[in-house]
Write a protein that binds this ligand. Structure first.
Ligand code: GDP
Ligand code: MN
Length: 388
């Protein structure tokens, strides 16, 4: 789960990680009164779940109340397009008004669970700021790394070594090492999967300060943090994924054209492989699970055809606990309610498969039923117009 910069900074403050004084504002008047309370200059920052805001016009320095008014008027309600939002952009609903910092140097600090190393990896660079992505591609050696032993945790010497390798003077290096250790503690205690401070500023006094703050939380750890669960902003999430979660469906949007409805994560992975194998591409991962009801199936179909990218639907079910007749009833109910304009290919096998096929065939609706995976794959490829 992603959270906003202002929410991440509230967590930072709890862990003693230095941040500037700030307030959120959802109206222009609130922005101005926040800025007046903080004193000038301030930075007006659009709160969306994407970086690159500076490049898209979502970050502005304001030296007076009238400049805050102008910036807030421009930003609130705007569709902010940045290199990370995609062309659709994101609507700005909230601003962070923050005391402007006097920045002498911009560093980069990141922390992630590195699957390759099977450990949390701390990354830092002198080339912080808005162009870190380009730097990482052009000059990967500019990113320094410390791999954390999962049993020992981050050792103090690792934090100091990283700060030292950044070429910082001793007092600043001490401050940065402490910053890294505090962030590591937050990262572990709050079950994060990614933390990024870009830039981690060094102020003119030589102290570290988190100018930006990105934290991604582990969805599977949220049950341990009811307070963090409340930080979720549904406006920032794919509406179809939100709908799916509400009815306990496991749905992840992908960028292909074949909508898949499958039971069981293993079968879902195999189905996506199969689609790729015949030259097509899955539009999503949708696992209705072992104990799906007809209502859940109906909702699943509705979610699939609600995606404008879907050019064909492939229902691939192995009936174990989920019986084929229950599946068929759900699909038929969905098809009768919704106008399905794309071909629907169904491959059923397992418990009550004969009944399931009969329900589909007698529904009067035009499903294309396949009797094997191979046959289904060919039908799917033909339906989306790939020839393999
Ligand atoms: P991003 O573009 O979404 O990554 O937003 P950031 O919060 O990282 O801000 C982008 C850039 O704005 C930073 O790299 C800084 O150069 C600048 N900036 C942000 N806040 C301040 C501030 O308080 N003082 C100064 N001088 N610059 C700032
Ligand atoms: Mn940034």
């Amino acid at each position: 789960m992603r959270i906003h910069e202002y929410q991440a900074k509230q967590l930072f403050a709890k862990y003693g990680i230095p941040v500037s004084a700030s307030n959120t504002a959802s109206t222009v008047d609130e922005a101005v009164s926040s800025a007046n309370a903080l004193g000038y200059p301030v930075v007006v920052k659009a709160q969306i779940h994407a970086g690159g805001r500076g490049k898209g016009g979502g970050i502005e320095l304001a030296k007076s109340a009238s400049q805050v008014r102008d910036a807030a008027t421009r930003m609130l309600g705007m569709t902010l397009v940045t290199p990370q939002t995609g062309s659709g952009g994101r609507i700005v609903r909230l601003l962070l008004i923050e005391s402007a910092a006097d920045i002498a140097q911009e560093l980069y600090l990141g922390m992630a669970i590195d699957r390759g190393n099977r450990a949390i990896t701390v990354m830092a660079s002198r080339a912080g700021g808005v162009d870190i992505e380009e730097t990482a591609l052009r000059d990967p050696d500019a990113i320094l790394k410390e791999i954390v032993d999962p049993f020992l945790g981050l050792r103090p010497f690792q934090a100091f070594r990283l700060a030292h390798r950044l070429g910082l003077p001793i007092k600043t290096a001490r401050g940065v090492a402490k910053f890294i250790q505090s962030l590591y503690r937050l990262f572990c205690e709050q079950d994060c999967v990614l933390a990024e401070i870009n830039p981690l500023a060094i102020t003119s006094d030589g102290d570290p300060l988190a100018i930006d703050a990105k934290l991604n939380l582990d969805d599977n750890g949220l049950f341990r943090h009811p307070d963090l669960r409340d930080l979720r902003d549904l406006n920032e999430e794919d509406p179809l994924e939100v709908e799916a979660t509400a009815v306990n469906l496991n749905y992840i949007k992908l960028d292909g054209t074949v909508g898949c409805l499958v039971n069981g994560a293993g079968l879902a992975m195999a189905t996506m492989d199969l689609i790729k194998h015949v030259g097509a591409s899955p539009a999503n991962f949708l696992d209705v699970g072992g104990g799906a009801t007809a209502e859940m199936i109906e909702k699943g179909v509705q979610i699939l055809i609600g995606d404008p990218d879907v050019k064909a639907v492939f229902i691939n079910i192995f009936g174990g606990i989920l019986r084929c007749d229950v599946l068929a009833e759900g699909v038929v109910a969905a098809a009768k309610k919704l106008s399905i304009l794309v071909p629907v290919i169904v491959r059923l096998e397992g418990t009550n498969v004969e009944q399931g096929r009969r329900i589909l065939n007698e529904s009067g609706l035009s499903f294309r039923t396949a009797s094997s995976l191979g046959e289904a794959a060919v039908m799917v490829a033909a339906a989306v117009g790939v020839t393999s």
